[in-house]
Design a protein. Sequence first.
Length: 72
Amino acid sequence: MSPSTFGSSPTLTNDASEVSPAIHEQHLQFQHQLLQLKQQQQIQQQLLLQHFQQQQQQLAEQHEKQLQERIK
């Protein structure tokens, strides 16, 4: 493909008026999927953080018990 024909494709431009409706619809679907994935990732991060905090609390409680046993 010659350099002069490479840049002439309407799908490679940023002009929305030259993009076919099918490509536009596909773009909207990809944006929606990306948003869903970002939301899922955020939920997973929150759950992971909660799990970590629970484990940290349990370890702190176990450590406190061990210290109390040594004092007795």
